[in-house]
Design a protein around this ligand. Structure first.
Ligand code: HEM
Length: 487
């Protein structure tokens, strides 16, 4: 009887799967879909985003459609403006997105639309509005955490060998926890180390991103229900993240907090809902940790490959007034560093921390380039490909050239719909100014005190699937101390 029932259940699940498969066109024989389904693209391209870039560069409208993913992908700035601003209400994050990332992000700002989004945006803007206040925290973390760590590596037994991506992840993790929750990560009593916790975050984001790449949610949902494979690992990683978050909320309640002390306090003032506070925290850690670490990793990879850019940054750095050589520039002095600002923007043009971003069409629509969009279609814009379009950046678009951002030596902004690295329109990044200040502080701190060298000088960056660009196998470098002239 039991075996009969099992056979019946198996057959009916199979039938449901086939019907779902046919209904959602999960199979298509066109060249692009075939290449996607068989991963054939990987014989010619290191990264999926390079293959998409190639397809977008060759599309007359700079827009393509991947049938098996029901995904329209565009690198056309007019379309981007339409999606993010002109017809913003037709392109919410949508249910599919929140389902894929729901276990990790819950109802946090990255995963919600409508009133829930608007409320969190307002609260976060209050905290992220003034960057000058955040400067002291950044300075503290650079001077008392990051630089001493690199010094000890430079003098250590491994001859200065270290994974720079890993260093930046730990740095930005510690900093965002200090900024958002007034928390010194190292002071918490946790059943694991900070670097294990960092690994749990990495795993949770990587496995969540893998869900998004599958042609159908049926498979990961079944694994999730049965608590198997990658879904089991995802659950465990999220549990570790939750332990940290619970501990922080508990500590804050115990020690008491003042109204505007930090971002978490602001939210705790208005809500006692643990699950909501958990979601707020996880979203902010993600916003501030991986993006900045990713941007710094590719920035240093680029300048190690372009010593002429590094020298220009140094010349500008040495010109800043009133600065002792072994100290960070002040917040005001930093504003004068136009070349550095240009180099940072240029590195994110080529290597945006968020390589692509998707929305779901609420109703049928047509994009400005004439592409028809059916209700329910996933619509993606692709900053990584956009940074490599001749139509946007000219013939030298593949060149790392900070000068393209300067006019008479002064940094000039670009149209954000051509450069949606921080997104644009209504959901533009709220932490942009803070991220830029954080990056500049790190660059100045490191270049003043250290010489960095790539372990593998040749080659390209290879990325692994993740929510933010993550260099596969990290970025091994050799760090050495620079002799600083005393004043
Ligand atoms: C180089 C670093 C950064 C980059 C490239 C970046 C990029 C982005 C992008 C592309 C989005 C839109 C995401 C989406 O809606 O799908 C976003 C949103 C956001 N970012 Fe950033 N970000 C960076 C750093 C930060 C930092 C340090 C914070 C501060 C905690 C932050 C806070 C936020 C918040 C709160 C949002 C949500 C805005 C909204 O939905 O209204 N970001 N960021």
């Amino acid at each position: 009887m039991v075996s009969l029932l099992m056979t019946f259940l198996t057959l009916s699940s199979f039938t449901i799967f086939i019907l779902f498969f046919l209904k959602h066109k999960l199979y298509c024989t066109c060249d692009v879909c075939h290449s996607y389904l068989t991963s054939n693209w990987s014989t010619q391209y290191n990264n999926l985003c390079d293959w998409y870039t190639h397809l977008l560069q060759n599309s007359p409208s700079q827009t393509i459609h991947i049938h098996v993913l029901a995904n329209t992908i565009t690198a056309n700035p007019k379309n981007v403006e339409h999606i993010l601003k002109t017809n913003f209400h037709n392109y919410p994050k949508g249910k599919q997105f929140s389902m894929i990332l729901g276990d990790l992000l819950g109802n946090g700002i990255f995963n919600v639309d409508g009133d829930a989004w608007m409320f969190q945006k307002k609260m976060a803007s209050l905290e992220l509005g003034s960057v000058s206040n955040a400067f002291d925290n950044v300075k503290f973390h650079v001077e008392s955490r990051l630089l001493p760590l690199l010094s000890s590596v430079a003098r250590g037994k491994d001859g200065g060998l270290i994974d720079l991506q890993c260093v930046f992840r730990q740095f930005s993790f510690e900093y965002i926890c200090r900024f958002s929750f007034s928390l010194d990560l190292n002071s918490l009593e946790l059943p694991f180390t900070v670097s294990q916790l960092s690994d749990s975050f990495d795993l949770a984001t990587t496995l969540s991103a893998k869900r998004a790449m599958s042609t159908s949610p049926v498979v990961w949902k079944a694994y999730r229900r049965l608590n198997l494979g990658s879904e089991r690992k995802l659950k465990e990683a999220i549990q570790n993240v939750n332990i940290l978050v619970e501990k922080v909320i508990e500590n804050k309640k115990k020690l008491g907090f003042t109204k505007n002390q930090d971002l978490l306090s602001r939210f705790m003032e208005v809500s006692d809902d643990r699950s909501f506070l958990r979601d707020v925290m996880v979203n902010f850690i993600l916003a501030g940790r991986d993006t900045v670490a990713s941007a710094l990793t590719s920035f240093f990879w680029l300048i190690m490959n372009h010593p002429e850019v590094e020298s220009r940054i140094r010349i500008e750095m040495d010109r800043t007034k009133n600065r002792k050589q072994d100290q960070l520039a002040t917040f005001e002095e930093m504003k004068e560093l136009h070349y550095l600002q240009a180099a940072i923007h240029e590195s994110m043009r080529l290597y945006p921390p968020i390589q692509f971003d998707s929305k779901f069409a609420a109703e049928n629509d047509a994009l400005p380039d004439g592409t028809r969009v059916k209700k329910g279609t996933k619509v993606t814009f692709h900053p990584y490909a956009m940074g490599r379009m001749e139509t946007i950046w000219g013939k030298d678009c593949k060149k790392f050239k900070p000068e393209r951002w300067l006019k008479n030596g002064v940094f000039k902004h670009e149209n954000p719909f051509k450069y949606p690295v921080f997104q644009a329109g209504f959901r533009v990044c709220l932490g942009k100014e803070m991220a830029l200040m954080e990056m500049k502080s790190v660059v100045l701190g490191i270049l003043t005190r250290f010489k960095l060298r790539l372990v593998k000088p040749d080659g390209e960056l290879r990325f692994e699937p993740a929510l933010t660009a993550t260099v596969k196998n990290g970025l091994p470098i050799i760090v050495g101390e620079r002799r600083v002239a005393s004043h």
